[in-house]
Write a protein that binds this ligand. Structure first.
Ligand code: GLU
Length: 267
């Protein structure tokens, strides 16, 4: 099978050097293998994503020489590449998980609803869910509750990461039942990313190390859906001088201002 990678920015802010470094590795790994690059805009969250950040990301990508074979401006068989336009597909996947008995409605999702559509980066992980709604009888319209995936407690989820080697996590200990659908009808990151990586035929997912736990969650989703997971390559995170991970607030990668970043992208 030929290599298919993806670059999947969330347009909720300007890209910083850490994004550029990760996307640079994703792009290079695809091109070195004669593979294809899919550009997918992960704009699920209507409250936080903005068209101007999409535009800015495309400008940055062009500046750093990241080209793509499918995605905005190019089209291709898997269009649309804006997650906000793919809800029908996510709903289909949601219904499949629901029919398989993997989901339960949850009214005690304390975590800020708005966050669920975004990948939980370093410091954004929710505490392990104690299972409060697992056995609750919940009445009320289906669209007034959030939906969680029930994880098999005590199950070891292991995978061989192409950068880090063997990784092992235990469901119910390292992470708990996780949300797949927001109360307001917006799919959660974990579901959308699996649905898309599968539909778009991605063979290797390249992303930051802080998403390792999400990979473990996603492997359980692949299993529940009867799909083969892609390979994974988790990159080290870039930190600032104080050792803190760069965040969107550092929005420092604007190509026009930060010429030196070209070396980050190609290192
Ligand atoms: N859109 C996600 C992010 O920006 C991508 C995470 C992933 O690669 O799965 O963090």
């Amino acid at each position: 099978m030929s290599y298919r990678g993806r670059i999947a920015p969330t347009p909720s802010g300007y890209l910083h050097a850490g994004h550029i470094a990760t996307f640079g590795i994703a792009h290079r790994r695809a091109r070195e293998r004669g593979g294809q690059v899919v550009l997918r805009i992960e704009d699920l969250d209507p409250q936080r994503c903005r068209a101007e950040f999409v535009e800015a990301a495309l400008v940055d990508f062009r500046y750093f020489g990241f080209d793509w074979d499918e995605g905005p401006d190019v089209g291709g068989p898997h269009a649309p590449y804006f997650q906000s336009q793919r809800t029908e597909w996510y709903r289909e996947v949601f219904e499949r998980l629901q029919a398989g008995g993997h989901l339960f409605p949850c009214v005690c999702t304390r975590r800020d609803l708005r966050m669920l559509a975004n990948a939980p980066h370093a410091g954004e992980e929710e505490p392990v869910y104690p299972g409060t709604c697992r056995a609750r009888k919940i009445s009320g319209a289906a669209d007034e509750v959030a939906w969680r995936f029930r994880v098999p407690d005590g199950r070891e989820v292991s995978f061989v990461d192409r950068a880090l080697g063997e990784c092992r996590f235990v469901a119910g200990r390292d992470f708990g039942d996780f949300p797949v659908w927001r109360r307001d009808g917006v799919p959660a990151y974990q579901l959308a990313v699996v649905a898309d990586d599968h539909a778009m035929g991605i063979t290797e997912v390249v992303r930051g190390e802080d998403l390792l736990l999400s990979t473990a969650r996603q492997i359980l989703l692949y299993e529940a859906l009867g799909w083969e997971p892609p390979e994974f390559y988790h990159c080290p995170l870039l930190c600032d001088e104080s050792g803190a991970r760069l965040s969107k607030r550092d929005g420092a990668a604007r190509a026009s201002k930060q010429q030196g970043l070209r070396s980050v992208a190609s290192s």
